[in-house]
Design a protein. Structure first.
Length: 196
């Protein structure tokens, strides 16, 4: 790992489980990324707001799927056991209005249903907001633990963005902690090529 990456991730404790990253995730040097891509990688705030601030235009979160599932095994990063009910959610973030063809992010989340306040559960059911917006609006105090990141060539994308299969994505996975317990595990993928 180059010195600048060592400083950012190891010395600052920013990425707590890089050695546990999935096999399909390749190493990527931070100096290969634009400043905006590096900001997306390390932000512990709302990605939607960061993108809007960067492009100076609104974006929208489009829910592709959301369903309750029962975990078939214990989940280390969510600190949950087999049989726990989670919500599996898939969304994209894309431009709004004139910019609607511009795709910025594909995110998959596992959400521990019984650890969420009612206001967030209602927001999830409505399906109109991103998770960061729901968390902020709820007033729930949270922190994000960035687990790992890397370069990914995804081969199984939803129909909406299937044209991006095989293209490079900057991928990061983090968990959201509230009241000392993980409540969400989120994987975000940002295209490294033009999406339209």
């Amino acid at each position: 790992m180059p010195l600048n990456q060592t400083f950012l991730f190891e010395k600052n404790g920013l990425c707590i489980a890089q050695s546990a990253k999935p096999d399909g995730l390749q190493e990527i040097s931070l100096d290969q990324l634009t400043p905006f891509q590096r900001a997306l990688l390390v932000t512990d705030g709302t990605v939607t707001q960061l993108i809007e601030a960067y492009i100076l235009a609104p974006v929208e979160v489009i829910q592709l799927s959301q369903q309750k599932q029962i975990l078939s095994a214990d989940h280390l990063w969510l600190d949950t056991h087999q049989g726990t009910t989670v919500v599996a959610r898939k969304v994209i973030i894309q431009g709004k209005g004139r910019e609607s063809s511009v795709f910025y992010t594909y995110a998959e989340s596992l959400i521990v249903h019984n650890r969420l306040p009612k206001i967030i559960l209602k927001g999830l059911e409505a399906g109109e907001e991103g998770l960061g917006q729901l968390l902020r609006r709820s007033g729930l105090e949270t922190r994000r633990d960035l687990l790992w990141y890397g370069l990914e060539y995804t081969s199984s994308l939803p129909d909406t963005i299937k044209h991006m299969e095989g293209k490079p994505f900057l991928s990061r996975t983090y968990r959201v902690i509230a009241q000392g317990k993980p409540i969400m595990l989120i994987n975000e993928r940002f295209p490294l090529t033009e999406s339209s």
